[in-house]
Design a protein around this ligand. Structure first.
Ligand SMILES: NC(=O)c1ccc[n+]([C@@H]2O[C@H](COP(=O)([O-])OP(=O)(O)OC[C@H]3O[C@@H](n4cnc5c(N)ncnc54)[C@H](OP(=O)(O)O)[C@@H]3O)[C@@H](O)[C@H]2O)c1
Length: 291
């Protein structure tokens, strides 16, 4: 019987811990942590994500402010808002929702965020800190995955981790976290990508297999070692036979379930943890622990 890793339950735990910490801050007479979200354009998925993030904040006592700019906004306008928030003491965390319209250079915008308010952990200063093992903001999805492994007591030390996907927001930072010489981590990590030859020969050796690709059911039972732990980061929208849409992961859940020792579902796995870790990062920003 495989273990179903319940991301919803863990996320609720993280949220209640953050809520408690926010209450402590308020009891000390300090202001509630503040997260400012910038949404540029009208991408429907981004709209939903930003709304969820703001709702999550409300639930735990974090004050969130959403500012919207049109699709036609210039890079200068976006950076000007970020700069205002960088200087504003009421703003602890800054999040610019990605993707940005194509006339805006994403890297330049991310680099304009004060690294001490960079709750997404995408600024090169925080990326660098992660690489050399200094305290800093860790991107929410990789942090959420590691938190899942920790809370389920899944051993990582000396284990062979294979990550499929090398994006800056998931695959690469996750590899850095799990390779570092502390727990949860101390793993031997391989990163696979679209140019990997014979993907199966790598994934089949994984004690912990993490899929972060964005390709529905790329991973099937032939890719998985018996008894492996499988973490499915992928979120893929698909059309059901009745014409409605559903969400599914990069892993063919039904196909691998009997073979693995533990697995995350989609939805209800990594997604809720990503959202919860944003709250944790905002709390860290407000606490000033990285200054
Ligand atoms: N659950 C969550 O909270 C959460 C958060 C973030 C993202 N996601 C989801 O996770 C997935 C990945 O997101 P992302 O932003 O990391 O995506 P991304 O930037 O598009 O990166 C995808 C990665 O997968 C690799 N890849 C593509 N096809 C492959 C194949 N056939 N075999 C092996 N590797 C392949 C790509 O290789 P190249 O580098 O060679 O192109 C790339 O490194 C998406 O479904 C996204 O929606 C979920």
């Amino acid at each position: 019987m495989s273990l179903l890793i319940d991301g919803k339950k863990l996320a609720a735990e993280v949220r209640s811990e953050v809520k408690y910490e926010v209450e402590v801050i308020l009891k000390q007479g300090k202001p509630a942590p503040g997260l400012n979200l910038l949404l540029v354009g009208s991408d429907p998925a981004s709209e939903i994500y930003v709304r969820y993030k703001s709702k999550d904040c409300e639930q735990v006592g974090i004050v969130s402010t959403i500012v919207r700019l049109p699709d036609t906004a210039s890079e200068e306008e976006v950076v000007a808002i970020v700069n205002l928030w960088n200087e504003d003491r009421k703003v602890d965390g800054i999040l610019v929702q990605l993707p940005l319209p194509k006339q805006i250079n994403e890297q330049r915008v991310l680099q304009s965020i004060n690294p001490l308010k960079d709750v997404d952990g995408f600024h090169p200063v925080n990326v660098g800190k992660l690489v050399i093992g200094l305290p800093g903001f860790v991107p929410c999805t990789p942090a959420g995955v590691v938190e899942m492994l920790r809370r389920y007591d899944i051993p990582t030390s000396g284990k062979h981790v294979v990550i499929v996907g090398r994006s800056n927001i998931v695959g690469k930072p996750l590899a850095m976290l799990l390779a570092q010489k502390k727990l949860p981590g101390n793993s031997t990590v391989a990163i696979c990508h679209s140019a990997t030859e014979d993907l199966e020969s790598y994934t089949k050796r994984a004690d912990i297999l993490i899929a972060a690709v964005g390709s529905r059911h790329l991973i099937t039972s032939k890719h998985v070692k018996t008894g492996a732990v499988v973490i499915d980061v992928g979120i893929n929208r698909y059309e059901k036979p009745d014409g409605t849409f559903g969400l599914t992961g990069d892993v063919d859940f039904e196909d691998v379930y009997e073979k693995v020792s533990a697995i995350t579902p989609v939805p209800g796995g990594v997604g809720p943890m990503t959202r919860a870790l944003l709250l944790k990062n905002t709390l860290l920003a407000a606490s000033g622990v990285f200054t």
